[in-house]
Design a protein around this ligand. Structure first.
Ligand code: AMP
Length: 207
């Protein structure tokens, strides 16, 4: 086991597959620390210069450049570690939305030891696009407000993000059908992830 790198699970899937929903639920389970790069970018002050640059990528449905993502992510996770919000010796890191390109996967290798990749799979693209449009109304998300931007996000997923899956050993990938009730999907995810806590951390709660 490699203790120099963060013990990590990836939540992987197309826009609208439910990575954020499941990630937020997992974050409530002791021993998992959820981090979403989309949230990280949305939380940056949009009146700042850098905030405006991030916002422009997001509103076009495009990826923020790889080196910028990795730099900001590594600084953020380091800060969470120092603040003891994330405890690498106890918590499994659940990454939602990272890596999103093959170069990102390569750059992340020195930071993370990928124990499992949960692939929230869906073959009904139109159903997912409808889900995103509804969410945009509910949450006021600029990146999903227009149908052409949603479609652009999908194109980017298919071209740049989907190939990331093939860079991980098949034995680490768990396919979960993303269409269904959140509770059923959660049960399947937990079935795959719960054994990791025992295997990788003798005493996940530090009790
Ligand atoms: P999400 O909330 O994960 O759907 O991300 C929203 C937007 O944030 C994406 O469409 C990208 O513009 C940006 N983003 C999030 N994660 C990444 C990443 N790993 N690489 C590049 N851009 C990202």
């Amino acid at each position: 086991m490699n203790r120099d790198r963060y013990q990590t699970v990836l939540l992987f899937g197309a826009p609208g597959a439910g990575k954020g929903t499941q990630g937020k639920i997992l974050a409530q389970v002791p021993g998992f620390f959820h981090m979403s790069t989309g949230e990280m970018f949305r939380n940056i002050d949009i009146s700042s210069e850098i905030g405006k640059v991030f916002r422009s990528y997001m509103t076009r449905g495009e990826l923020v450049p790889d080196d910028v993502v990795i730099k900001l992510w590594s600084q953020t996770i380091h800060a969470y570690t120092i603040l003891r919000l994330y405890k690498p010796e106890q918590d499994i890191l659940v990454l939602d939305g990272l890596p999103r390109s093959v170069p990102q996967a390569r750059m992340m290798h020195k930071y993370i030891d990928v124990l499992k990749v949960v692939h929230l799979a869906c073959d009904n693209k139109e159903e997912m696009i409808k889900r995103l449009a509804k969410r945009a109304l509910r949450e006021g998300r600029p990146d999903d407000a227009k149908e052409d931007v949603i479609r652009r996000r999908w194109d980017v997923y298919e071209k740049e993000t989907f190939p990331v899956l093939a860079t991980y050993p098949k034995s680490t990938i768990v396919d979960v059908n993303a269409v269904g009730s959140p509770a059923v999907i959660l049960a399947k995810i937990l079935e795959a992830l719960a054994p990791l806590q025992d295997r990788h951390f003798q005493n996940p709660l530090g009790a």
